[in-house]
Write a protein that binds this ligand. Structure first.
Ligand SMILES: Cc1cc2nc3c(=O)[nH]c(=O)nc-3n(C[C@H](O)[C@H](O)[C@H](O)COP(=O)(O)OP(=O)(O)OC[C@H]3O[C@@H](n4cnc5c(N)ncnc54)[C@H](O)[C@@H]3O)c2cc1C
Length: 289
């Protein structure tokens, strides 16, 4: 539902931006007529944000679907078990991230529409209302994060998560080796995010047994960090696979945008996990007042 609403909001915002005229392009001659707003850098940034987040959430959802298939259909029992463990880990991440993205993308869609987004005629605000429930039902996203940390992270003593992190590292290495200028700073951003996820995972595994309150204070930022690293490497993997194809350049630009504009948040999320529990604990002083 999160991916579907986000996709609808993106398509609608894109169509609006191609039609709505306001201001003139930066390189337009003096006296030129107004330009469609899609020429403005901030509008292009918002549309790319919508597209990249939607596609990252879709890669997570499709990864989960493939893992669930493999957990039933792999001929080898050990491989079925490994796929089932991975599916168990990705389930709360895909649910929470895709539905959070539904809200964020629908909200950006309202912004692209300007004042027309806030009033009812365009339908942009309806997407935002429709998306909002998905973060709450089918297990609130806060509960999904707790499920990830307390029940999924310990699977096979943390080895199942570590294997996923290892595969993310493989994608980062492939991006680096491809040496494709269109990837921009993707390898550095993705590499740093996977490093952050690895350190945050080690902190979680070491902390959850001795200080559950601190681990749970960081559960939601940990889930988002995981989603950024998994989604970012997923988009990069797709861009690598599509090189030379019709939509290859668009896939590359989308993967690069996600890595350069969003994956950098991983550094802050790691610190919120590993150093942020004290601030949550200190909130006692706030709520007691
Ligand atoms: C439109 C709509 C349709 C629905 N459809 C269905 C349906 O078809 N079937 C069905 O079974 N249910 C349905 N629900 C119910 C929905 O699943 C619940 O609203 C949802 O699970 C949250 O439960 P709650 O509303 O009791 O919130 P609460 O459990 O009171 O949660 C409030 C807040 O506290 C947090 N919280 C709660 N416990 C903890 C904890 N231990 N640690 C940390 N944080 C916690 C939550 O994450 C949330 O942020 C629907 C709800 C709506 C609004």
């Amino acid at each position: 539902q999160g991916v579907a609403i986000a996709e609808r909001a993106y398509q609608q915002a894109l169509a609006f931006a191609q039609e709505r005229k306001q201001g003139t392009a930066l390189d337009a001659p003096k006296g030129a007529p107004m330009s469609p707003i899609i020429v403005h850098p901030d509008i292009r940034r918002m549309l790319m944000e919508m597209r990249a987040k939607t596609q990252a959430a879709r890669t997570l959802s499709l990864l989960l679907a493939a893992l669930l298939d493999r957990s039933h259909r792999e001929p080898d029992e050990a491989r079925r078990k490994a796929a089932a463990e991975r599916a168990a880990i990705i389930t709360p991440i895909a649910k929470a991230y895709a539905t959070d993205i539904g809200v964020e993308v629908a909200s950006t869609g309202v912004q692209v529409h300007g004042g027309m987004g806030y009033v009812e005629e365009t339908g942009a605000a309806q997407h935002l209302r429709d998306a909002r429930i998905a973060t709450i039902y089918e297990g609130t996203n806060g509960i999904q994060a707790i499920d990830l940390v307390l029940r999924k992270l310990p699977l096979s003593n943390g080895d199942a998560v570590k294997a996923l992190i290892g595969e993310m590292r493989g994608v980062v290495a492939a991006v680096r080796e491809a040496n494709t200028p269109g990837f921009g700073h993707s390898a550095a951003r993705l590499g740093a995010a996977v490093d952050s996820l690895e350190r945050a995972t080690e902190w979680m595994l070491a902390t959850m047994g001795i200080d559950q309150a601190s681990a749970l204070a960081g559960a939601t930022p940990y889930l988002k960090l995981f989603a950024l690293a998994q989604g970012g490497t997923g988009l990069a993997k797709k861009a690598l696979a599509m090189q030379g194809e019709d939509q290859g350049a668009a896939a590359l630009a989308t993967a690069r945008f996600y890595a350069e504009h969003h994956v950098g948040e991983a550094t802050a999320l790691e610190l919120a996990v590993t150093e942020g529990a004290g601030a949550v604990e200190d909130s006692t002083a706030v709520f007691a007042a």
